[in-house]
Design a protein around this ligand. Structure first.
Ligand code: HEC
Length: 136
């Protein structure tokens, strides 16, 4: 098919070209911003974790989670099931809760977030949570 260079076609092509040029600049700006974001982020996570950026390669090392949980019934269930989606520290940094609240929390993980934990295991985990984070 032959394409005629009518005035209309010309306008279309220059619009396309203008959009391509604009797109390129936006892309260039986006790339530039990404690299300039790295240093402040690196400052933020100094401390126990380290973050460094060498050229375009970013490295992050995170302190391994402590496995220093007291030996008690339910410990292994807690450690394996409750760390599937988030860290265990996410749980241990919560305040000490009553048994009712821990039951609700564990139930929420199952009902709302589809944690694959059967109810017998949930009960064991709640008991273990009461040992490590139960309100006195
Ligand atoms: C299927 C994924 C999944 C599993 C498994 C899971 N959680 Fe969660 N948990 C979540 C999500 C998602 C959130 C909400 C994160 C947010 O809002 O930032 C959350 C948040 C929490 C919170 C913070 C308070 C809250 O209600 O948001 C606690 C405490 C918690 N989980 C405890 C547990 C315990 C205890 C277990 C083990 C029984 C567990 N989680 C297992 C997905 C899960």
């Amino acid at each position: 098919m032959e394409i005629k260079t009518t005035g209309h076609a010309f306008t279309f092509r220059s619009t396309t070209r203008a959009l391509l040029v604009l797109g390129f600049f936006l892309f260039a700006i986006a790339c530039k911003q990404e690299t300039s974001v790295a240093p402040p982020l690196a400052d933020k996570v100094k401390g126990e974790n380290t973050f460094s950026a060498k050229g375009s390669v970013k490295e992050m090392s995170i302190t391994p989670e402590t496995t220093n949980f007291p030996e008690h019934e339910g410990r292994s269930e807690f450690m394996s099931y409750c760390a599937i989606c988030h860290s265990l520290r996410y749980i241990t940094t919560q305040p000490d809760f009553s048994k009712k609240i821990w039951e609700e929390e564990v139930h929420k993980m199952v009902a709302k977030y589809s944690a694959p934990i059967d109810s017998a295991t949930c009960n064991k985990i709640v008991d273990y949570l009461m040992v490590i984070k139960g309100a006195k």
